[in-house]
Ligand binder design. Structure first.
Ligand code: NAP
Length: 276
């Protein structure tokens, strides 16, 4: 599968597994099925209340721990330095891993204004060796610039909302310049109206693939890592297979044209959204 490479050489596969709402035994089973079926990147977050299930799912898979990138995120209420330190340790314990492969700050919460402290806690955790790679989520360029200016450390990943209704072309170009890998959250726009869009159906039919696969192939063509959440083995496998579908420039443009300035799914503008 195509790999995306960050400024420090860190690599991620083009398709990973989203896990929002995958919890408990069923969640753990879905994670194991995904990894045994070929996934090597798994998302999670303290706030999803599923790090235990994700960790158990990873441990039960037949794949070596060193081949899997396990991700989690620090919630907004844990930004102050001491709370961030404990949050990182607690996530590691819940996941049941020696090292968290990729640890992100979930939202910048600019009104709260403490995300630099959370970033410093991640840098320290990386130095202690309990976190491998550090990144952020929902950061605007001004937030990225601030953490780098104040600490000298640039994130490897920014996980942001990207789907055809909200393509974020400018932010993607900014990340590319900086060597920051873009991870696209809600890459299928939650598999609702988007999959019924005629332009998507047309492109899917031309390639003999599903609408979801056409959307994921669009992400791959734009150089982002998509992390669709899928419960069933069938959806998981079909999403992973989309990584090898190649769309031409015209098809990519036609899908990007579905974008709208107000295309966010729930209005979560990082400039104003404050996550608890
Ligand atoms: N950083 C952030 O602030 C943030 C915010 C939101 C999400 N995320 C992350 O991004 C991940 C993905 O986003 P999301 O869960 O919001 O939405 P999504 O991945 O766009 O859509 C998930 C929905 O698509 C369905 N689906 C998956 N594959 C399909 C297929 N091949 N055909 C038809 N339907 C399919 C799933 O159903 P089934 O489960 O039944 O297969 C589920 O209902 C999350 O799980 C989470 O890990 C991060």
């Amino acid at each position: 599968m195509t790999a995306l490479i960050a400024h420090n050489g860190f690599r991620l596969p083009a398709i990973g597994l989203g896990t929002y709402a995958l919890r408990g035994d069923a969640g753990a089973d879905a994670v194991t099925t995904a990894i045994d079926g070929g996934y090597r990147l798994v998302d999670s977050a303290f706030n999803y209340e599923n790090e235990g299930a994700v960790g158990r799912g990873v441990a039960a898979s037949a794949v070596g721990r060193d081949e899997i990138v396990v991700t989690t995120k620090i919630p907004g209420r844990h930004h102050p330095r001491e709370k961030a330190r404990t949050s990182i340790e607690e996530s590691r314990a819940r996941l049941g891993v020696e090292v968290v492969d990729l640890h992100l700050i979930h939202w910048p919460n600019p009104r709260q204004g403490e995300y630099v402290q959370a970033w410093e806690a991640l840098i320290e955790a990386q130095q202690r060796g309990i976190v491998q790679q550090i990144g952020v989520s929902n950061f605007l360029p001004e937030h990225l610039e601030r953490i780098e200016r104040e600490t000298g450390v640039r994130p490897v990943v920014n996980q942001i909302e990207v789907h055809p209704f909200f393509p974020q072309s400018e932010q993607l170009a900014y990340h590319r310049e900086q060597g920051i890998i873009t991870e696209a959250w809600s890459p299928l726009a939650r598999a609702d109206r988007l999959l019924g869009e005629p332009v998507i159906a047309e492109i899917a039919a031309a390639h003999g693939i599903t609408a979801a696969q056409a959307v994921l192939a669009w992400h791959v063509a734009r150089g982002t890592v998509a992390i669709p959440k899928a419960t069933s083995a069938a959806h998981q496998a079909s999403n992973l297979a989309a990584a090898s579908v190649i769309l031409d420039a015209g098809e990519v443009e036609a899908i990007t044209a579905l974008g709208r300035p107000d295309g966010r799914l729930f209005g979560g503008d990082p400039a104003t959204h404050e996550e608890s």
